[in-house]
Write a protein that binds this ligand. Sequence first.
Ligand code: ADP
Ligand code: ZN
Ligand code: ZN
Length: 731
Amino acid sequence: MAPTIARVAVPVPVPSLFDYRVPFDRPVTPGCRVRVPFGRGHRTAVVVELADATRCPDERLKDIAEVLDEAALLGLDDLAFLVWAAAYYHHPVGEVIATALPLRLRRGRAAEPPGEPGWRLTDSGAAAWRNPPTRAPRRQAILAALADAGGALGRRVVAERFPTGGDALRVMRRAGWILDCRMPALPDPLDTGMPPGPVPNPGQLDAIASIRGLMSGFGVALLDGVTGSGKTEVYLHLAQTALAKGRGVMVLVPEISLTPQLERRFRARLGETVRVLHSGLGDSERESAWHRLRLGLSRVLLGTRSSVFTPVADLGLVIVDEEHDGSYKQGEGFRYSARDLAIVRGKRAGCAVVLGSATPSLESLRHALDGRYVHVRLDRRAGTAQPPRVGLLDLRDQPVYGGIAQPMLDRIAATLAADEQAIVFLNRRGYAPVLCCYACGWLSDCPHCDARQTVHRHNSVLWCHHCGRLQRLPQKCPQCGAGELNPLGQGTEQVEDVLAARFPDWPLIRIDRDSTARKGSLEDKLAQIRDATGALLVGTQMLAKGHHFPRVTLVGVLDADGGLFSADFRAAERMAQLLEQVGGRAGRAERPGQVLIQTRYPDHPLLQTLVRQGYRAFAREALREREAAALPPFAHQALLRAEGSDPDAPAGLLEAVAAGLRGTADGVDVWGPVPAPMPRRAGRYRVHLLLQAARRESLHRALRPLPGWIAGLPQARRVRWSLDVDPVDLF
Ligand code: ADP
Ligand code: ZN
Ligand code: ZN
């Protein structure tokens, strides 16, 4: 007997699956979408498993309203992976599974699998063709064409050959002689004639060989290679190996839109079979790529964070480029780490996972040093490029103009005079972070956040980067009416102004979120940089990531002090990574590069280690400190966040949770509740409760009952809360 019950993942904030009766005339398979009655309406959901029995009482059991897919969209293994991820992050399984589907499919639209629409001859159509029941020459001709083509033809072909056949087609369709169908889609050619890249150097050859050694089963390699050491070349060779074995490849990158040249490079080497998935694509485009990868028609996925859920067929290799990058962690809702899930996918698929970075996260580095990951190092830049020289520039007792010290200006002048390019890096957009009245002390506080509104000159606004509040730039002090207001500190807009005044004869290109908001403007600016000789580039971390600017020989970092004294234990790691990455843009071709870091604390041990010995030495030292302090990666954390418009309710909820956990959660330390680092944002009061355990299992044992229990607490009623497993940002 066919199973009568379907366990269905409905995208609602409830942790469990829901049981529905399978209509006897419409069988379903796991991985199909269905429409089910839910609450007062209907929902698009995914069948996860079938069963013969349910604990749901008969009178409450409902029927599946509609089966949306004939064939499964997600395989059993994909479903098992998603169910696992939901359990690990303690997030509702229905929402997790919905994340894995392209938007159109999530909304219940008909799947558009690849292959163009066509007409197929039915048995009765074939019979009609052989014994014509009527004398209708056009129908007869179309039937003959279909039969000649083996039973089916694309609609476009039919329309071309029978431009006036519309009526005949309609009649025959109604008679059941022909059916709508999809023509089989062709796999992308696996190009063998692509031009080869540079001949790998000995270091790259070793790296390729040792990772290939892993590719017969599951294994993780940390490809720890300095900036410009040729990691991407290694990825390309490994991808070719997987393709030659007929397997699929998943390549995750932090932000594709930032590095259009990466996509070009992959396509130039691996051909048409490379498909990109990122937020800039249209929904249909994205769905089409998704189906092609799922069906194995396209073999290489190049995508951002959420691509980790794409059901790439026959996965044979997973690559996570810049694995340390913060963008792999989803910051809201389902707070997964794509890097960590990539490893789980590799494990389930039994394939190699490559984590690449010039600045590995301390998590990955620890596993590499412990021998759990194979540690593959590329210590030298590929080709002829030399590592940049790094120096500190003491900001104290210096003439400083708009945040730029005189010696920095001198270095910039010398760089431009040599027809080379300089990057001036400041990780703060806008004109200035605060506006201030000297007469009364008024500051541009955001009324809704514990934060300042940033001055943006070009469109004359004060803008809160935390809640999005916008207001016109005041002309006089809102508090005392004084006529003069003063921007304090610098953002990239101001740096651009200062440099434009100093170096009016050189191209000056600013790259940050504001200057590249218009579609295509980043591409334009990158092209400008490529085409220019001497030029000045000003920007935020958008400029630090992945770019290859061969003419840049100077990188000036205007403010390195922000990360030195933060309350977040990861701030130093993040700052070291950013400095190394931005410094890595210098001297990537023949001409040697220089990195100059402005600071008020030139003796700070962190800066000293970074400058004298580099990121690796810093990372090893930081790991020792983390171990001594029993912090991640030597402990496991989960952060419970609560916020609400009532000032006391969030803390009230977390106090109840803390009290409940303190007696019961063995091996778990409960810290807090404490106000969040920004205690109020967008008018909501925010409180944190941090859980930490030496063993992952203890933590997860404590977390498992938590969501259900919290949801039932009376204190939870007016509070929005969320659970963040393995948080990377304690903000
Ligand atoms: P990474 O990914 O480590 O930053 P890339 O793979 O982008 O490094 O390589 C940096 C630069 O060096 C690129 O311009 C690349 O074409 C070049 N390159 C890489 N490998 C070689 C090699 N073996 N010989 C010559 N040039 C190389
Ligand atoms: Zn004032
Ligand atoms: Zn605000």
